[in-house]
Write a protein that binds this ligand. Structure first.
Ligand code: PEP
Length: 246
């Protein structure tokens, strides 16, 4: 049985003081029915992690090299120093605006697994690809390429299926699309990592998830959680998500 995992992606929102206050409010109100997490900006990671007892705190990106001349980048060792053990990789905004590719995501996943960091690996098709009927080909390719040649405990990897056309648009995918695509991703996980890992790995749906639709997504057999942007930013809304999956 896969335990659901709900993670809020805060993107470029919230200063460290806001993050600390959020965690203070939310941390004691979680429950055992799911794992819950937030992904603050780098500058707020320490404040959030320092306050969190139950919440997972994740970075939104990390570099694959250990150190060196990579201006503006942050290494795995640097987030580990803060106590952070999770990271979102390959979010579509990083792919769209910062040249993230399946190849760089793959390097980052490998570096994470070598350093006991759990990656949440995002895949998902653009609107153009969706309309051209290419969803299956795109998510299979991204899953295969991002998770190629892995060593270590791959069962802890989390995959997030985020159709780009559903992110921040209010146009959430139907539960049928979410389920069918997550099932395809699980099938591809079997090809890449084997049956046992494919059954263990949690696959989130992300794209305009709200308190009023999260339970329906989680009722699908291959949807094991949600990656949530807008609805994760306010304490009340986050707690509504928490209580909707009890
Ligand atoms: C996201 O940022 O990954 C996301 C899914 O955003 P939203 O929930 O706002 O669509």
């Amino acid at each position: 049985m896969r335990k659901p995992i709900i993670v809020g992606n805060w993107k470029m929102n919230k200063r460290s003081q806001d993050a600390m206050e959020f965690v203070k409010e939310v941390d004691s109100k979680l429950h055992d029915g799911a794992d819950f997490g937030i992904a603050p900006a780098f500058t707020a990671l320490w404040a959030a992690q320092n306050e969190a007892e139950n919440l997972i705190v994740a970075a939104q990106n990390v570099h694959f090299e250990e150190s060196g001349a990579f201006t503006g980048e942050v290494s795995i060792d640097m987030i580990k120093e803060l106590g952070v053990k999770w990271v979102i990789l390959g979010h579509s905004e990083r792919r769209q605006y910062f040249n993230e590719t399946d190849e760089t995501v793959n390097k980052k996943v490998k570096a994470c697994l070598a350093n006991d960091i759990t990656p949440i690996v995002c895949v998902g098709e653009t609107l153009e690809e969706f309309e051209a009927g290419q969803t299956e080909a795109v998510v299979r390719r991204q899953t295969r390429d991002c998770l190629a040649d892995l060593e270590g405990d791959v069962k802890h990897v989390v995959v997030a299926y985020e159709p780009v056309w559903a992110i921040g648009t209010g146009k959430s995918a139907t539960t049928e699309i979410a389920q069918n695509t997550c099932a395809l991703i699980r099938d591809e996980l079997k090809n890449v990592l084997g049956e046992e890992a494919a059954q263990a790995i949690r696959i989130q749906y992300g794209g305009s998830v709200k308190p009023n639709n999260i339970a329906e997504y989680l009722s699908q057999p291959d949807v094991d959680g949600a990656l949530v942007g807008g609805a994760s930013l306010k304490v009340d809304s986050f707690l509504e998500l928490v209580n909707a999956v009890k």
